[in-house]
Design a protein. Sequence first.
Length: 371
Amino acid sequence: MRSIWNGAISFGLVSIPIKLVNATESHAVSFRQIHTEDGGRIRYRKVCELEDREVTQAEIGKAYEDADGSMIPITDEDLSQLPIPTARTIEIVAFVPEDRIDPLQMGSAYYLAASGAPAAKPYTLLREALKRSNRVAIAKFALRGRERLGMLRVVGDAIAMHGLLWPDEVRAPEGVAPEGGVTVRDQELDLADALMDTLGEIDLDDLHDEYREAVEEVVAAKAAGERPPEAREEAAPGKVLDLMAALENSVRAARESRDGEEAGPAEEAEVRSLPQRKTSSRRAPKETGGKKSTSTAAKKTAAKKAEPKKSTAKSGTSTSRSTSTSGSASAKKTAAKGTAKKAAGRSAAKETAKSTGRSTAKKTASRRRSA
């Protein structure tokens, strides 16, 4: 990696030669400005206002603009002779716990690389001292024309430095928080805790810049003369006025999403034919009482005689009618047999009575003759 600054770390009376290299890099897709009519490049030229001509980089210097608009030239030699010890030195001023540093102050990150073999031993000494103390070093250094504040900490086997803003460069959060009078219930806090537990942790290495990937796909498609991919439309979430309902829905959605991720890809299902269920045929209830069936059949027969015949009658209706007709006929036969039996019994009783009377009269007559 190319160094952007060379100097030394001042650790008390120990000096550690180092090189400053960038610890981060930008992967953002950069664009150029063009003339939309013909595609020509738009360029910015450095022009001197007094001479009205373009000047080269070698002709450009620095100057401070005064309140009245006048320019005060400042040369690199003027800046190199500043009476500060941090011009070429990262001066460690204190060691503090890492939680004492407000993340709002943290800015650009750099790696400090040991410069040469003589720097290996003191570099390792400072690294191991930071590890064992569980603290970070606060330092001052000068970079790009200004003195800065930095924090040194251990990253793996290297020492990293984060540029810090000065305390007076961090704004106070005035007027940002909502005004007083807002209360949060314990149930809402419980649901918020449940949502936090459900979402859980994540490996930051799994996160990536989806916007940059989408831009690269558009560029690749247009370069190949193809139509850029269209963005999928996502349904806009409805307004949820109830905070409890929103929290409950969020917890439910987070659990379903996590369950889906843990389940993994679905396997092919094996199709099996299920055995058919045995249909238990229920017997129709028997008719109880001959009189009831006879009367019902008689009613159906009478209704059949009263109604006119329809040519469009269904087969099911004709079947039921024939069944009721046969039932009424059998009922008539049964009634006729019973009537015949009753008549026969009556005639037999009459004949018995007559014969009994005749025999009684004969006995009476014989008794009178004998007397």
